[in-house]
Design a protein around this ligand. Sequence first.
Ligand code: IMP
Ligand code: MG
Length: 184
Amino acid sequence: MGNRKIPAEIEQVLLDETAIQARVRQLGARISADYAEIDDLVLVGVLKGAFIFLSDLARSLTIPHEVDFIALSSYNKGVVSTGAVRLIMDTRSSVTGRNVLIVEDILDTGYTLDYLIRIFQARNPASLRTCVFVSKPDRHQVEVPIDYLGFEVPDEWLVGYGLDYADRFRTLPYIGVLKQEVYE
Ligand code: IMP
Ligand code: MG
């Protein structure tokens, strides 16, 4: 935005701030309509990546909702996911009997969301849905249901709008493709 410089590690901007914000507003409107009759919606953001998307999405909702977080580690080594997921921090509130919407930044292999759906389902929520900002269909290893999706994206390493590489670039307002030479 404005005259902020794009970091040299970024190959290209895939989704700019305008496109992102427009899509978040659409998702917020759909979710607000779908949950219009519901008064105990809990948004569960997956840390760290989802905190930016969740903050924009939550503020675009016109219905009452609570915001909570969960933190996971997926034993990532650089950019390669091992598939093993570990719970690091649980939600503050109980989700039993409540309407849970899991909010994720990205669906890559699907292992993370698959794990989350299992643990939340076991807690007997009134309903359980998923909202994912970007999905890489070519990378999916397990089939997981996405109820609300921002964008489908190509199989490249993306940064910005919550997505990081080694904890960098998370707060860029756009989503960019990281140059391969940075992680190879
Ligand atoms: P999963 O492979 O679907 O379980 O995703 C595991 C995690 O890998 C995601 O929650 C992200 O934190 C991370 N991830 C996957 N692809 C990317 C990417 O392109 N950029 C940044 N993080 C990613
Ligand atoms: Mg994540």
